[in-house]
Design a protein around this ligand. Structure first.
Ligand SMILES: Nc1nc(=O)c2c([nH]1)NC[C@@H]1CN(c3ccc(C(=O)N[C@@H](CCC(=O)O)C(=O)O)cc3)CN21
Ligand SMILES: O=c1ccn([C@H]2C[C@H](O)[C@@H](COP(=O)(O)O)O2)c(=O)[nH]1
Length: 276
């Protein structure tokens, strides 16, 4: 199959840079913003890793593995050389009941916990036609205890049945991201959920389908304007290919070394300040 060169991400960036409304925000930085946007990535066309700048995949993989441990501590990340959450961590490294805590141990009113990821894997294996295969990080009662409220708030899986006898079903995933920092956050978020979709598909003996990204407040910070102009002057390359080197016993047993990206052709990295 010859793959097309895709630029959904750059199209969103261009749309917001040219059409976005000037809008104030919590951090006091100022943004250009568009409300409501969708991108669809066919994971069979390659792994959607932005090519118009170098994306730091190590941070993305480790952050996803951190979510899957259910940890609330930034120490897990810093011990592995990942610093992207440092600005939000409390002095003891705690981030409150953020993504991983809600994914793996959503608290129930009677004092119990729900492992939403384990439930999703079980449902995909036993009832793939279900329309209820959802993970939510948006725990309203816990929001005020979180260092930062979830940006990637809710995701749903979907299985398209096999089209030939003996074939595999195709796993798709759609994410709702309520707030999207297009320059810094979104390349991470797309790659993270695309990676999760590959991992869940491998565990459930499914092929991959689409990753659909749906954004709420899609913004470019005013202090990213020059970086955005540089990035939009570059021509995208073909997406790389993800190789998962082994099949671990469960979705919770993946290691950083299990993943490699083949043929990742990219433009140079572009530095930018993160809005706190
Ligand atoms: N304003 C803002 N944007 C975000 O994207 C964001 C937050 N806040 N707060 C929570 C997390 C942390 N995330 C971050 C934070 C920093 C980078 C960042 O600085 N990226 C650089 C360096 C990569 C690295 O060191 O690994 C980049 O060039 O992508 C990316 C995502 C995503 N989230
Ligand atoms: O995974 C993430 C996490 C955070 N962001 C961005 C989106 C916003 O720019 C900030 C969060 O600020 P709020 O005022 O809470 O919306 O972080 C992201 O893009 N991706």
């Amino acid at each position: 199959m010859t793959r097309p060169i895709r630029q959904q991400y750059e199209d969103l960036m261009r749309l917001v840079a040219t059409q976005g409304a000037l809008k104030a925000d919590r951090t006091g930085t100022g943004t250009k913003s568009v409300f409501g946007h969708q991108m669809r990535f066919d994971l069979n066309e390659g792994f959607p890793l932005v090519t118009t700048k170098k994306v730091h995949v190590k941070s993305i993989i480790q952050e996803l593995l951190w979510f899957l441990t259910g940890s609330s501590s930034n120490h897990w990340l810093t011990e592995r050389g990942v610093t992207i959450w440092n600005e939000w961590a409390r002095p003891d490294g705690d981030l409150g009941p953020v993504y991983g805590v809600q994914w793996r141990s959503w608290p129930t009113p009677d004092g119990g916990h729900i492992d939403q990821i384990a439930e999703v894997i079980k449902t995909l294996k036993t009832n793939p036609d279900s329309r209820r295969i959802i993970v939510s990080a948006w725990n309203v009662a816990d929001l005020d205890k979180m260092a930062l409220m979830p940006c990637h708030a809710l995701f749903q899986f979907y299985v398209a049945p096999a089209t030939e006898p003996g074939g595999k079903g195709k796993l798709s995933c759609q994410l709702y991201q309520r707030s999207a920092d297009i320059f810094l956050g979104v390349p991470f978020n797309i790659a993270s959920y695309a990676l999760l979709t590959h991992m869940v598909a491998q565990q459930c003996d499914l092929d991959v389908g689409d990753f659909i990204w749906t954004g709420g407040d899609c913004h470019i910070y005013s202090n990213h304007a020059e970086q955005v102009a540089l990035q939009l002057s570059r021509a995208p390359f073909l997406y790389p290919t993800l190789n998962i080197k082994r099949k671990p016993d469960s979705v919770f047993d993946y290691q950083f070394e299990d993943f490699e990206f083949l043929d990742y052709q990219h433009h140079p990295a572009i530095k930018a300040p993160v809005a706190i």
